[in-house]
Design a protein. Structure first.
Length: 849
């Protein structure tokens, strides 16, 4: 192997003099110096694979002299750069003359003073083999490499400067190439073929000296393992009149400084990857002052854009040779005091991987105008196989086009474009401000196509688009923009029932609005979000019948502690995101719904009483975090024919106000109804399947006493347990429960009728609930006897409204809330029953006080 002086070798007792070294160096060199600076003089090295290797020296190799190095099969010697002059000048080198193994290997070195590499004898070249040559220091050292020098590398690099220390490199007429390249000789003495990326780079770091960094009239070959063969993190570096060929990527320009004016006259022959990586401010000069020769096979056909901020308005140039733009783990920001606008011309393709375009910021304006542009995945082969691999594009390959809070409303438009495979994070298109115009686009295969978290009231900028659902929810929206998005665009769902929802975002609804029933059988999802309905104008949120809300860790507020607001709707479902029994497999999960999957709906001090009516609604799987699934702190919300089930805590808790619960079911929860204040009213309701109490009384509101829950069903004909003597759901003391119902009184009593409704039809009563009157409409297919009557909850007749023969056609019958004897009946729940044409129809009525 070798004789080796390690780091602890004694400088006062290490000497090899007048010796012969023969047939050594199984690897490396026959004599290796790693420390001690031994005296090495008068020795003869013969038939060794390598003669001498100086890995470390404190005195520049001053003790190495008078030796004869007879080169054999390998490189004659390797050294740190500080000992190079001493070895060359103070020793005799008998080098091979056949241009084989014709190199001197430079080891890991740091050059802290300016230095010129000597021209080697016998046309020898320099070798960097898994080594880094650093040029940096407080004095700003400069390494000069003379013309005609060849530097061959294998996983080697030259680093000029650092992030804080200056350094320079002047190389005029130098060839930087692969260790396997036989330019100037078979230096590695093997038949290896050079390839793109055999070595790393010439890396000009941030503090590199612009006045002493020059690479001119040279050739750069087979480099670019890592980002590129030449990396410019410092501005002002001169790279001129060079030939770049067979590199992975030739040049990376991260800091353009003067817009890359000093990078000119170069020829970039494309290698195995993208030819150039550049910040946007250097792009124009790179394209205009240099020549790109493409591969010609539409492979790796792109220019990579690095992290860039556009601070002045500009257009992206149309690239030569059909090239596209590539962004990989990069952000292109368009923002600044001058309110810049970036224009992307028609026909441009932007391919991205984990990248985004940020338009405007939270504090600075910016704009984006893109018409007829394709925004897609780096793996998408539209326009060519840009990533030079067989990767298949997928939803979420890139992030988003994000319009920030200060995006310019007058200069933000993406029109007639294609947006594909985006949406890692919230969505492929994100609107946080700026009211952009997003129209005529095709959005396919994105994780989520659109997220709107902030927009002006009535924003309709997303219109005329064709959207195909990808791997997640197609839209994530604040409620205020849902109708415009649904009405103005064509949406195609996946078809498997998964993620078939519009995800609603955090929002405060401060004006009256109606949230539409989603199209295509979709539901609404609230995942970790909060919706509030309140404001100075006392808004009401109307929910269209049949709407389903599937939730996780969600809160819905009607009113706030200081401002009024209301929620109103009929036949609604509020359930877990994991509940597949309604609306499909919305979360693409096999996890079963559980009580407590979502938090609660609460009615605060500002809720609007009668305007907060909820009818025929189903609440289930809530009750996490706040002690109940539905919480009433104040006001007079009204619940008609609702069900409250599967709550992790109380299904309903009343802490204040005067809520009304008419014909409701409280079941399958820890507690059905928890009374801890307020003056609630409960009539004709059901309490069954609750673990501890059907009704738990803690306290009542001012002026209240015992809580009355008569004519209710407690899950058994014997009545409630606890304070009662039955076996049904338990009640605490201070609950008046007698008399109780001996059968469920909260079930829907609508009677199903055979035959088509067109033969005999009964419309719902309107208005309902009502005071003072409501109207019943029914249609007879032919003349015949008809009977219309009003019944109480025990099936006893209250009023007979119609009893006689009626002609065919539509008939309206009014009931004014009076019995047959003319007296006004108490407020509460009743049933109507219509008998005609041999059929019977029934429905529920609610007379308000």
């Amino acid at each position: 192997y070798n004789v080796e002086f390690l780091a602890g070798a004694r400088a006062d007792s290490c000497a090899v003099t007048n010796c012969e070294f023969r047939y050594g160096a199984t690897s490396g060199a026959a004599l290796i110096i790693r420390g001690g600076d031994p005296v090495v003089t008068g020795n003869v090295f013969t038939e060794n694979r390598g003669c001498l290797s100086v890995v470390a020296t404190a005195n520049g190799g001053a003790n190495i002299s008078g030796n004869v190095l007879n080169q054999s099969t390998g490189l004659p010697f390797s050294t740190v750069i500080s000992a190079l002059d001493q070895i060359l000048s103070a020793n005799t080198l008998n080098l091979r003359t056949d241009d084989v193994s014709n190199g001197i290997e430079l080891l890991n070195s740091t050059l802290e003073t300016s230095y010129t590499l000597p021209v080697l004898p016998n046309d020898f070249c320099y070798i960097l083999n898994n080594a880094t040559l650093k040029v940096l220091g407080a004095a700003g050292p400069v390494l000069t490499i003379p013309s005609g020098t060849i530097v061959k590398s294998l996983f080697g690099s030259i680093e000029i400067g650092s992030s804080s220390q200056p350094g320079g490199l002047v190389a005029d007429g130098v060839i930087f190439t692969s260790y396997y390249d036989d330019e100037g000789g078979d230096t590695n003495n093997a038949g290896n073929t050079p390839n793109a990326g055999n070595w790393y780079s010439l890396n000009f770091k941030a503090a590199a000296r612009a006045d002493s960094c020059i690479v001119r009239n040279g050739e750069i070959r087979y480099g670019g393992t890592g980002p590129a063969a030449v990396i410019l993190d410092a501005p002002g570096v001169t790279v001129a009149d060079n030939l770049f060929r067979d590199n992975s990527t030739s040049l990376q320009l991260a800091a353009a400084g003067d817009d890359a004016a000093a990078i000119s006259g170069n020829t970039f022959q494309q290698g195995s990857s993208l030819p150039l990586n550049t910040a946007l401010d250097g792009l124009d000069n790179l394209l205009g002052q240099n020549t790109i020769i493409p591969r010609g096979d539409n492979v790796a056909n792109g220019i990579r854009l690095l992290n860039s901020t556009v601070t002045a308005s500009r257009s992206l140039p149309v690239l030569p040779h059909g090239f596209c733009y590539v962004m990989s783990s990069a952000t292109l920001a368009v923002a600044g005091p001058q309110a810049p606008v970036l224009t992307i011309p028609s026909g441009v393709i932007v391919k991205s991987l984990f990248s985004d375009i940020q338009v405007g910021s939270n504090t600075e304006p910016g704009g984006l105008m893109a018409d007829g542009v394709v925004f897609t995945s780096f793996y998408d082969d539209v326009g060519g196989d840009t990533n030079a691999a067989g990767n298949v594009p997928a939803s979420g390959n890139w992030y988003a086009i994000n319009f920030g809070a200060q995006a310019r409303a007058d200069s933000c438009a993406v029109t007639n474009s294609e947006i594909r495979y985006g949406g890692t994070g919230p969505a492929a298109l994100i609107v946080n401000g700026g009211d952009p115009v997003l129209s005529g686009n095709v959005l396919n295969d994105n994780s989520t196509a659109l997220q709107v978290s902030a927009a002006s009231p009535g924003w309709t900028g997303f219109s005329g688009n064709t959207v195909t659902q990808g791997t997640s929810y197609p839209y994530k929206l604040i409620p205020q923009v849902v109708r415009g998005v649904l009405d103005g665009n064509a949406l195609t769902l996946r078809g498997d029932g998964k993620y078939n929802a519009i995800a609603l975002l955090n929002s405060v609804i401060a004006e009256n609005m109606t949230l539409p029933l989603p199209t295509l059988g979709m539901v609404y999802v609230l995942d970790g979000k909060t919706i509030g309905v309140y404001g100075p104008n006392a808004p009401t949120l109307d929910l269209e019948p049949g709407t389903v809300f599937k939730m996780r860790w969600t809160v819905i507020h009607a009113g706030s502690t200081t401002e009024r607001g209301a929620i109103r709707g009929k036949n609604l479902v509020f359930t877990s995101i994991r509940d597949d029994s309604v609306g499909g497999d919305t979360d693409d999960s096999t996890i079963a719904p559980q009580p407590g999957d979502w938090y609660y709906m609460d009615f605060r001090a500002g809720n609007l009483g009668i305007h907060g009516l909820l009818e025929g609604c189903d609440f289930r799987y809530g009750g996490n975090f706040y002690g109940s699934m539905v919480n009433v702190d104040a006001g007079e919300p009204r619940f008609l024919d609702c069900t409250f089930t599967e709550s992790a805590a109380a299904a309903v808790r009343v802490r204040g106000g005067s809520p009304e619960f008419l014909s409701c079911r409280f079941g399958d929860s820890a507690v059905g109804l928890l009374l801890d204040g307020g003056l609630p009213r409960v009539e004709s309701s059901c309490f069954d399947g609750n673990a501890t109490y059907g009704v738990e009384f803690v306290s009542s509101g001012p002026g209240g006493g015992d809580f009355t829950a008569t004519d209710c069903w407690w899950g058994d004909v014997s009545g409630p347990s606890g304070a009662g003597a039955g076996t049904g759901d338990a009640v605490t003391a201070n609950v008046v429960f007698a008399p109780w119902a001996v059968a469920p009184v909260c079930d829907d009593m609508l009677v199903a009728v055979d035959g088509a409704p067109a033969v005999f039809a009964v419309a719902p009563a309107y208005p309902n609930p009502f005071n003072p009157s409501t109207t019943l409409r029914f249609e007879l297919p032919r003349e015949g006897r008809a009977e219309v009557e009003i019944l109480d909850l025990k099936g006893r007749r209250v009023a007979l409204l119609v009893d006689g023969v009626l002609p065919a056609g539509a008939h309206d019958v009014a009931w004014t809330g009076r019995a047959d004897d003319g007296r006004a009946v108490p407020a509460g729940a009743y049933f109507f029953r219509v008998r005609a044409a041999g059929e019977t129809r029934s429905g529920r009525l609610m007379l308000l006080k």
